[in-house]
Design a protein around this ligand. Structure first.
Ligand SMILES: *Cc1c(COP(=O)(O)O)cnc(C)c1O
Length: 452
């Protein structure tokens, strides 16, 4: 098993290695990037995303379509790269749907899941003519039908199913019990009946996504067989063939100690075998088989870079205090649910050749003891001004964080692509704290001391 330090070094190498002792992703010295774009900073390595997507296509074969789950990293430039690699999109809000369209995903290759879709969101999905709205309840079927009728067009429906069986071997579960996600298996017959009763709705098929951080390829294959069986029952019930079986995804990333890479090839072989076993079934003729992946596609390609502002000793512990923390990178500080611990793999990017001396605590600037990237981290001698890198930061980083906490500016997002850097999102400024806020006018404020 690799230690977190070994992992960090391996990831640094994949991102481009070091030059003259300094981390140089895609061959560009990190100090050059930070002087151009400032700190803190998110860096994404485009070629690594491309490589990952190609590995997926190779392992899964041509019968399986890879949909990118935008919520993992809704960065427009990154999405454009994903489009270019032949992926489709899975969105969870109107904003993500608009972003997907702006990035170039065709409407006919977009699915939309998520509880609590508003009227505005369902209307947008209908107007855009996306492939499927994956409905989460019986009510949502009725609401979608009303908007399709109103707009005078057909709307594709996927039934998101809350299966009876749990996906074991995963770390965060969203099914297999009472859930806000999906329609209980027991209600599926009613769901099919309703969809068929509406002339503007087209039943595309089924969708089951119940877990993230899955490492057990065999458990995930059993899940896929269950989904296929559920799909076939729905087809029989509806008396039609299916256009879509969406298996979800949730492949794990080995962020922490004692975790190993998800065995993509084992899963891919198993899934191709399962699909060929069902090939003769006419209920699946022309069916699109879908995997939706977020984390697995982009986590490894991302790095969060933060600058050391202070190094202090307190009661025998060395604290390295950085200019960014949980406000930009909630998952990297272990504050994103119990599945996500700490530390992520960390390195002193300024001193790549120095050997670590002892362990330090790396803390962010937010005024809470929760704002810690890790304790007892073996970092090479740290001085004020050094750059600390947090690896595996491409997924659920910036967009999952509480950016307004402490009112620091948002970090820039920068893409490394074909040997050069491209600004994807500009860094904020301290003054942004006032943006969108409205001061009370003098009359509303009253005179000082009045009412005391
Ligand atoms: C979040 C989400 C995904 C992506 O999950 P990962 O674990 O990041 O791969 C896929 N499908 C749905 C419905 C989701 O909500």
């Amino acid at each position: 098993m690799l230690t977190q330090l070994d992992k960090a070094r391996r990831l640094a190498k994949r991102l481009g290695g070091a030059r003259g002792g300094e981390f140089s992703p895609a061959g560009i010295p990190i100090s050059r990037l930070t002087s151009e774009y400032g700190t803190p900073l998110y860096l994404y390595h485009g070629e690594l995303v491309v490589q990952r997507v190609r590995e997926l296509h190779t392992a899964l074969g041509s019968d399986v379509e890879v949909f990118y789950s935008l919520k993992a990293n809704p960065s427009l430039g990154l999405c454009q790269i994903v489009v270019g690699e032949g992926c489709n999109a899975e969105v969870a809000s109107a904003g993500e749907l608009l972003l997907a369209r702006a990035a170039g995903f065709p409407a006919g290759d977009i699915v939309f899941a998520g509880p609590g879709k508003t009227d505005e969101e369902l209307r947008l999905a209908v107007r855009e003519g996306i492939f499927a709205v994956n409905v989460e309840s019986l009510n949502e079927i009725d609401r979608l039908a009303a908007f399709a009728e109103e707009h005078g067009s057909q709307a594709g429906v996927g039934l998101r199913v809350n299966p009876v069986s749990q996906l074991v071997g995963s770390q965060m579960r969203m099914g297999g019990g009472a859930s806000q996600f999906g329609i209980d298996e027991a209600d599926l017959d009613e769901a099919v009946r309703r969809v068929l009763a509406y002339r503007k709705l087209v039943l595309r098929g089924v969708h089951v996504y119940t877990a993230t951080q899955v490492f057990d390829a065999d458990a995930l294959l059993r899940h896929c067989s269950t989904v296929l069986e559920i799909g076939l029952r729905v087809a029989s019930r509806a008396g039609q063939s299916l256009e879509m079986v969406d298996f979800g995804g949730g492949f794990g990333i080995p962020y922490f100690e004692n975790m190993q890479d998800f065995d993509l090839n084992r899963f891919g072989r198993g899934l191709q075998q399962a699909l060929s076993d069902y090939r003769a079934d006419s209920r699946l003729e022309g069916c699109r088989f879908i995997l939706e992946l977020g984390r697995y596609m982009v986590a490894e390609a991302g790095l969060y870079v933060t600058r050391v502002v202070d190094v202090k000793r307190s009661q025998g512990t060395t604290f390295v205090v950085t200019d960014g923390g949980m406000n930009h990178h909630i998952i990297g500080t272990g504050n994103f649910g119990q599945v996500f611990r700490k530390p992520f793999p960390l390195l002193n990017l300024t001193r790549m050749e120095d050997e670590p001396e002892g362990g330090v605590t790396v803390a962010g600037p937010c005024c809470t003891p929760l704002d810690i990237f890790g304790a007892n981290i073996p970092l090479a001698t740290v001085e004020v001004g050094d750059l600390i890198g947090v690896f595996y930061s491409g997924a659920y980083g910036l967009s999952a964080s509480s950016l307004r906490f402490l009112s620091h500016p948002t970090p820039a997002e920068v893409l490394l692509w074909k040997g050069t850097s491209h600004l994807l999102r500009q860094a904020g400024k301290a003054h942004d704290v006032l943006e969108g806020q409205q001061a009370l006018v003098q009359e509303a404020l009253g005179t000082p001391n009045e009412g005391r």
